[in-house]
Design a binder for this molecule. Structure first.
Ligand code: OAD
Length: 250
């Protein structure tokens, strides 16, 4: 483990950040893995999988309606804001990959954001390829239909634009992250990989630290407790991201 106490944001620093649920915890958004496989008292596979949606789409929409309301009612915290300031300094040498779907990074002012697991505030068709669209609706009483690809006798349901368990991430998002890290390496810059508030359980996000190490990156983990992959990082700063991200980056 390294002993450095700050991440230097120099002229040649490229910063790739990965965030998870822990970064939103101080805003009042619950994390996933503290709840015994239950998510607001639902089994995760019932509300966050294609099979669950096929079985009971109204339950799934009620669950995401609640999450939309909850996320709209909270505010970004000092951790989100420290990342905005880092991006202001680095410009195109900054990229934020987030597993969070709550939209708080964007609301704080981050612009170069890859929402690897989708976002609560978009909806898409479960069948046709119309582009995902902005949507705040909470659909408490009826499952919404597509309206663009309706065929007689068959209703295509709209679904949240979220990557569920058992689904693949958008390859374009992964390419954007890879391209960023490779640009850092090929420009001779100093690549720093910083993961914050993530338990290191869910791939491919949990594997980004190894990809970054292969490119020679310095690697930092900021987390309230050790993560599954803590050993893969050169530096581990243990504690709340709302305090530690400003301390490390400003
Ligand atoms: P987890 O809930 O698995 O992990 C959150 C991590 O944040 C834990 O290791 C906590 O110790 C840490 N933590 C909690 N409060 C913190 C704080 N204030 N400051 C710093 N760290 C804190 O969440 P993720 O790693 O994001 O996928 O989970 C990854 C994915 O699993 C999620 O994106 C979600 C879930 O399945 C989808 O929804 C597709």
């Amino acid at each position: 483990m390294g002993t450095a106490d700050r991440i230097a944001l120099d002229e040649d620093t490229w910063l790739l950040v990965l965030t998870g649920a822990g970064v939103s915890a101080e805003s009042g958004v619950p994390t996933f893995r503290d709840s015994n496989g239950l998510w607001e008292s639902h089994r995760v596979e019932d509300v966050a999988s294609p099979e669950g949606f096929a079985r009971d789409p109204l339950l799934v929409w009620r669950f995401y309606g609640e999450r939309r309301k909850a996320a709209a009612g909270v505010e970004p915290n000092e951790g989100h804001r420290a990342l905005v300031r880092a991006e202001k300094k680095l410009g195109d040498r900054f990229l934020l990959a987030t597993q969070n779907v709550d939209g708080l990074h964007t609301r704080a002012g981050s612009e170069r954001v890859v929402e690897m697991h989708g976002t609560l505030f978009k909806t898409r068709c479960s069948r046709c390829d119309r582009p995902p669209f902005e949507d705040q609706d909470t659909y408490e009483n009826a499952v919404p239909g597509c309206g663009k690809c309706q065929r007689p006798g068959s209703t295509a349901l709209l679904r949240p634009h979220i990557v569920w368990f058992g689904e693949m991430l958008d390859p374009a998002d992964l390419h954007r992250i890879e391209r960023f890290a490779q640009s850092a390496a090929s420009s001779g810059g100093k690549l720093v990989f910083l993961a914050a508030g993530t338990s290191g359980n869910v791939f491919p996000a949990a594997g980004l630290v190894d990809a970054a190490r292969k490119l020679g990156a310095d690697t930092w983990l900021v987390n309230a407790e050790p993560a599954e992959n803590t050993r893969r990082f050169a530096h581990f700063a243990r504690g709340p991201s709302g305090t530690l991200l400003p301390a490390l980056l400003d």
